[in-house]
Design a protein around this ligand. Sequence first.
Ligand code: SAH
Length: 516
Amino acid sequence: MNNIPHKGKVYLVGAGPGDPNLITLRGKFLLERAEVVVYDYLANKKLLQHVPAAAELVYVGKKGGGLHAASQEEINQLLVDYGLAGKRVVRLKGGDPFIFGRGGEEIEELVKAGIDFEVVPGVTSATAAATYAGIPITHRNCTASVAFVTGHEAAGKEQSDVAWDKLATGAGTLVIYMGIKNLPNISKKLIDNGRSPDTPVAVVRWASTPQQRSVVGTLATISEVVQAAKIAPPALIIVGEVVKLRESIDWFEHRPLFGRRIIVTRTREQASELVSRLEEYGAECLEYPTIHIEPVEDFSVLDQALAELGSYDWILLTSLNAVSYFFKRLHEKGLDSRALAGCKIGVVGAATADELARHGIRADLIPAKFTGEGLALALIEAGGVQGKRFLLPRALKAAETLPELLEQAGAGVTIAPVYQNVPPQGRKDELRAELGSGTVDLITFTSSSTVTNFLAMLDVKDADELRALLGRTQIAAIGPVTAETAREHGLTVTVQPERHTIAALAEAVVAHCRRS
Ligand code: SAH
């Protein structure tokens, strides 16, 4: 699986500016094979989802001027130690590792210690901030040069390493990293050295993320603008005529759901279609799966049936989970697909049939209508249900239509629970904190069980507590049944599409946010 020959190697990987989709393919490839990941404050935590579960995660976050989780010397030593221990280490750094990231120093230490290394570039925050603020960093009509500068050292230093006098008029566009605290000083130096006080300036915070904020002014006014808007690091300062182009090019912050925070509750089956649709419109989605699938504790009914499989005529599988948990137990009992040779197998639909095919078995019956009822009617129509025995491995709680219809037609049905849906544990405090912060605009529900399981996760004692916790947070429901369940639990539904699909729900959310 690894395809990487070397052990004891450190990969310095650029994480990109913030949006986790802006990492390189090479960076993702290495994260997927890492044994240790040493990561920063600026590297998006979502990138850690690529890392194997067994890998060791080491946070060495540094906030500019604030908390230092680890000193640079400690980080260097850490990388050397892991390298010497023979580990495959990914050192994940915000933006590009060699642009104001002290990546050079880390590599020098590895070289000294004789440790193998590789450096993977990243999208640096300067280009991302410009792009996502609608500013082409160069433009034929405005500028032919751009300079990346650190604003960090401008403050007290008598002898600055930055030649502000030459930079002031020497480069068309200036992009200044780490300069927010020194902004008054920086603007003054640029003006004093001949740059026009009217030069347009943009400041972009948390570029390329749902938290992005940008403001514009001129060299003369930008300090006040930033102060009034309370813009704190991390932010970049972009100086030059190109900033004017933003008026017509700004796109990222204009997406219809930009700045909206939406809780998406979902079941496992729905994957994250809704999340990707809402994110395309610029929303920040907080995902709360409301269903967790587990095997049942008691397999006695199935075990008994497996011991006397010869007496069954049919096995009916009505979900992907039923197929996987049924076969898991079969294998645990030392059996395989051959044990089912004497039974016919019916499935509920094409996806279940595909899952069954992965176990080397072709379904004997797939109904035209992909429901439990459809399966029952297809069996009855085909004749030969009367007096036959059916084994139904399924969820602990499930609709009873299929077994009832078969029994009415004279069949014997054995219901063998193999899996159960349980509300996920452990995210109650996090969820309450999110809602309590008053920054969640909307919660989406796509089925009645997402409503009930979500409220179970939230664990409120009554409707008053629920209302207090929700505050101004709005509720969206995919259709009338889901909406009704929400209302029964004291929620007010304000968004509901006419068609009951995920796509229509996303569009209804957009329409709602455009109105409000
Ligand atoms: N190696 C990084 C820069 C590290 S220096 C890179 O290539 O981007 C840290 C500074 O980068 C911050 O103080 C800020 O000025 C800038 N920065 C990093 N990420 C940023 C972001 N998402 N938005 C705005 N500025 C950012």
